[in-house]
Design a protein around this ligand. Structure first.
Ligand SMILES: [Zn+2]
Ligand SMILES: [Zn+2]
Length: 397
């Protein structure tokens, strides 16, 4: 380190930097696009350089224990208190500062602004995992990749490098990640379910591939968010498995939903007892109507508060029989909602006149609807009208 300049000489440097940043914050909307993109690229490089300088100074503070005079107990503690970094980010920064001393090419590319903080952290973490010698040997290639790739792509490169130099270490790490897997499904007091979990890379890919298979590109009228579409895909996955009957038996029965609803509730009569799903969850009449519509689930209309007038035998006739369903699949070939292209496997059999209102479970009164359109009809007030030629017209609420 050279001689320490007077603080009076140093302060204006940082002041000048703030002055330049203020000057940059002028209105650039009138600039040609090429100038805007050029400047953005340059700003990104400047941010990288500032991050490198911040890391270098942190390392100096760390070496000099400059934090002692401030009352902090460590460099990390000082970074958390004064710069509001998270504990992980502060520890990462201190580790990066120390490790960069072993990786001169990485430090130099970071200092030029050619690679970002994330790139530099990734290379330093790789060095910690693999060792200094092998990383320094491969450093020209790794830094070359970091200059060209985004951090996610660079992670693939560093993982391959690790695999070549330390296959046992990679295997141990994969095992450790697999052991940390978990999946929680918890219900709040008002009935909402929350999912929370973590999967190792391979299991995550299995989940993603299965969900993506049920996530076709959004149609023009599909206004669901990406999160809503993923949630629907997960539910579809579960539903198709329940419907297929291929799940193992529990208590001598195939797993299924159990809806307890009086006929009055299905007919949406005032004062009817609230329908219940699986004996605990109250559901609105519209949802019960939807669930009972394709009675592939076991529907019990008898006995609730004595108002049910259907016995189990007459209920059986309301279940869409295998033969009727096959004929429906053949006739409709998928969802019949105008403009929808969902295949039969994604559909329910919908009673145009609900059986609770006297509609028959016969081909003439049934159409296939995908879950989304089935929900639109029962819960959002869309109406289906049969036209002369047999096609369906959908009337919005
Ligand atoms: Zn229906
Ligand atoms: Zn549909």
């Amino acid at each position: 380190m050279g001689s320490v300049p007077e603080s009076a000489d140093r302060a204006p440097l940082v002041d000048r930097l703030h002055g330049v940043i203020s000057d940059l914050a002028q209105n650039v909307r009138a600039y040609p696009c090429s100038v805007q993109t050029d400047e953005l690229t340059q700003l990104n490089r400047a941010i990288n350089r500032l991050q490198a300088e911040f890391t270098r100074r942190t390392r100096i503070l760390d070496q000099n224990q400059g934090w002692v005079a401030t009352g902090a107990l460590s460099t990390q503690a000082w970074l958390r208190r004064e710069c509001h970094l998270s504990a992980a980010a502060a520890a990462d920064r201190v580790r990066l500062g120390r490790r960069l001393e072993d990786l001169p090419k990485t430090a130099s590319a970071f200092g030029e602004g050619a690679i970002s903080l994330q790139h530099a952290s990734l290379l330093c973490r790789t060095c910690e995992q693999v060792g200094v010698e092998p990383t320094r040997e491969a450093e020209p290639i790794l830094v070359g990749a970091a200059r060209e790739l985004d951090p996610r792509q660079l992670r693939i490169v560093t993982e391959r490098f690790r695999y070549c130099t330390d296959p046992d270490g990679v295997a141990r790490e994969v095992d450790a990640t697999f052991e940390r897997r978990y999946f929680d499904l918890s219900q709040t007091w008002d009935g909402i379910y929350f999912l929370n979990g973590m999967f190792d890379a391979e299991s995550g890919e299995v989940l993603k591939t299965a969900l993506n298979a049920l996530l076709p590109p959004p149609a023009g009228d599909d206004h669901r968010s990406a999160g809503q579409r993923r949630a629907d895909a997960l539910l579809e996955l579960c539903r198709q498995n329940l419907d297929s009957g291929s799940l193992p038996q529990r208590g001598g029965q195939k797993p299924h939903l159990h809806l307890l609803a009086g006929l009055g509730a299905l007919q949406k009569l005032m004062g009817a007892a609230a329908p219940e799903l699986n004996g605990q969850q109250m559901v609105p009449a519209e949802t019960a109507h939807l669930l009972a519509c394709d009675a592939g689930l076991s529907t019990d209309t008898s006995g609730q508060n004595g108002e049910g007038c259907a016995d189990a035998l007459s209920h059986m006739s309301r279940v869409v029989s295998g033969a009727t369903r096959r004929a429906l699949w053949q006739r409709d070939g998928g969802c019949r909602f105008p403009g929808c292209d969902r295949p039969p496997g994604w559909t329910d059999a919908h009673h145009i006149v609900h059986w609770a209102d006297g509609g028959e479970t016969k081909l003439g009164n049934l159409v296939l609807l995908c879950r989304r359109h089935h929900r639109q009809v029962h819960e959002q007030g869309w109406r289906l009208m049969r036209e002369m030629g047999g096609s369906l017209q959908a009337l919005p609420p």
